[in-house]
Write a protein that binds this ligand. Sequence first.
Ligand code: 0L1
Ligand code: MG
Length: 259
Amino acid sequence: MTVTSVAIADLAARLDEAAVTGTPIPQLAADHGIDVDTAYHVQQALVDRRLARGEHLVGAKMGLTSRAKMAQVGVEEPILGQLTDTTVVPDGGTADIGGLIHPRVEPEIAFLLDRAPTPGTPFTDAVRAVAPALEVIDSRYANFTFSLPDVIADNTSAALFTVGAWRPVPDGVDNLGVLLEIDGRTVQTGSTAAILGDPRRALAAGVALAGRHGPALRAGWIFLAGAATAAVPLAPGAQVRATVQGLGTASFTTTGGAS
Ligand code: 0L1
Ligand code: MG
């Protein structure tokens, strides 16, 4: 089935409205013949709506980078999403989750891009600094259930994110211990090795996906490499902290939403 640009715009509008109103919607892809390639067009139309409202791109994110998450969705490759300025929560700040549908949080590692990487750009040339990070994901689909094209169209469930203090690139980022704490209690432990075996591979995969589906990664952008553990449901009033071995912490406190 050929999906027209009108249909792409309509699906993007439905996803946008779901996010803006905090109202879950049924999955879209199967009923509308959306494949992976078309799903990235829907994602772009969705992000374009946000940019038209005055938001700015500040980075890109990888999703489905762990074997566990790939298995959950039944896929073999990760996905790429886009990050805008209004989704940034300052480190140590307050994350308003009141408008979200069913938020979850996951600990990540972030890269600060020194230049626009192209295939083959060495990691240490592409990346100026690294930091611990937290990502809040929030599927716009009912029951957090979706197919691969659905989640791509939904900008990879991106909702909010926090980046800790940037540090120079260490010798290795491939097997750093990761902790996720909520209200001082450890709720997940893992390793950056869960991110495609080595988060540097996530950057290479992101460059390849951006080459196929755009937009190209840019100098100065934040790149969220992916989750080091499973995501955990988030409630209001939670103190959330990610610790990445040797890199420090990223944290926020949640507010808003039904308790
Ligand atoms: O950042 C992520 O890995 C999320 C990707 C989409 C899958 C999900 O929402 O769990
Ligand atoms: Mg993530």
